[in-house]
Design a protein around this ligand. Structure first.
Ligand code: PLP
Length: 263
C-alpha cells in the first residue's frame, strides 16, 4: 500500500560508521517513525563506541553539490543540521538554505561524547552569524550553549539567560540539554521568547552515544509528519530520546549507542 503524502526529512550531517551517532542515527530515527530519510554527508569520522580516531571534512563544493542534487528532486518537510566541520561549510550550507522554506533544526555539534573535536577551527562566530538566524529550533547541549552565548551554564537557573541569548541571535526557538543535577536530567526550552523547564529522571542506562543526534532527529521526524507546535515536537523528542537511552542494548565496548524504537 502506498501512503501519500509521504513525510520526508533531510539530515545534513557527519558519518559515524559504528551507527550510533551522526547521519546513521538520524536516518534510523526517521525510519522508526515512518519518515523517509535523506542524508547529505558533511564529514567522515573513523570511530567506534570506544573512540573517534580521525575526522575528515568533505570539500564544501561536494557537500553543496549533494544538497543541490537532493533539493532539486525531493522537497523535505523538515531539515536537521548536525556536524558541519568547519567555517566554510557553516557559511555555504546556511547560504544554500536561504531559499528553503521548511523548518530547520540546528544541532551545533562541536565535540563527540568521547571528547574528540568534530570541528576544524572556531565555527562559533559562523554559527551565530549565518546559521542561528536560519534555525526554527537550535538544540545545543550545555557546553555548546555556553560557547554560543558566552554565558555560564553551571546550574539550571542560568538556562533562561542562555535561551534568551540564543533567541536574540536569531533562532526562532531553542532547546538546551542542560544536563544532570540532583538526580534529574534538565532540559530548558524557549518557545517564541517564553521559557519552560522540563525535568526527567536521570537514567542509570549508559546508552548515550548519539543521544543528542536522536533528540534532534526525532524532532525533525515529528515536524516532517506535520506537527508544528514547538512544545509538542520538543516533548516528543525528549520522550523518544529517553526511550532510546533506555534501550539497554549492550553494543560495543565503549559508550553504548542510544537506539530509537517506535512505540
Ligand atoms: N555527529 C557525528 C558524525 C558524530 O560522530 C557525533 C559523535 O560522535 C555526533 C554527531 C554527536 O553525537 P552525540 O549525539 O553523542 O552528541
Amino acid at each position: 500500500m502506498i501512503r501519500f503524502p509521504q513525510a520526508v526529512a533531510l539530515t545534513i550531517a557527519g558519518s559515524d560508521p559504528s551507527g550510533g551517532a551522526g547521519l546513521q542515527a538520524d536516518l534510523k530515527t526517521f525510519q522508526q517513525f515512518g519518515v523517509y530519510g535523506m542524508s547529505v554527508v558533511t564529514l567522515i569520522t573513523v570511530q567506534n563506541t570506544l573512540q573517534v580516531g580521525r575526522v575528515e571534512v568533505l570539500s564544501h563544493d561536494l557537500v553543496i553539490a549533494q544538497l543541490d542534487s537532493v533539493l532539486a528532486d525531493i522537497a523535505p518537510k523538515a531539515i536537521k543540521i548536525g556536524a558541519l566541520g568547519n567555517v566554510a561549510l557553516v557559511e555555504r550550507v546556511a547560504e544554500r538554505l536561504q531559499s528553503v522554506t521548511c523548518p530547520i533544526v540546528v544541532d551545533p555539534v562541536l565535540v563527540s561524547k568521547h571528547g574528540h573535536s568534530l570541528v576544524d577551527g572556531d565555527v562559533i562566530d559562523a554559527y551565530k552569524k549565518y546559521l542561528l538566524p536560519r534555525a526554527w529550533l537550535v538544540t545545543p547541549n550545555r557546553f555548546e550553549a555556553e560557547r554560543l552565548t558566552g554565558l555560564p551554564l553551571c546550574k539550571p537557573e542560568q538556562a533562561a539567560a542562555a535561551l534568551h541569548c540564543l533567541v536574540d541571535l536569531g533562532a526562532k526557538h531553542a532547546l538546551i540539554k542542560v544536563g544532570e543535577f540532583g538526580g534529574q536530567s534538565h532540559h530548558a526550552l524557549s518557545i517564541a521568547g517564553g521559557y519552560s523547564e522540563v525535568q526527567v529522571p536521570r537514567l542509570a542506562a549508559s546508552n548515550t552515544h548519539g543521544s543528542g543526534c536522536v533528540l534532534a532527529a526525532a524532532i525533525v521526524a515529528k515536524l516532517a509528519m506535520g506537527e508544528s507546535d514547538p512544545y509538542q515536537v520538543a516533548m516528543f523528542g525528549i520522550r523518544r530520546t529517553l526511550a532510546a537511552i533506555h534501550c539497554n542494548t549492550q553494543l560495543g565496548h565503549g559508550i553504548h549507542p542510544a537506539e530509537t524504537r517506535a512505540m
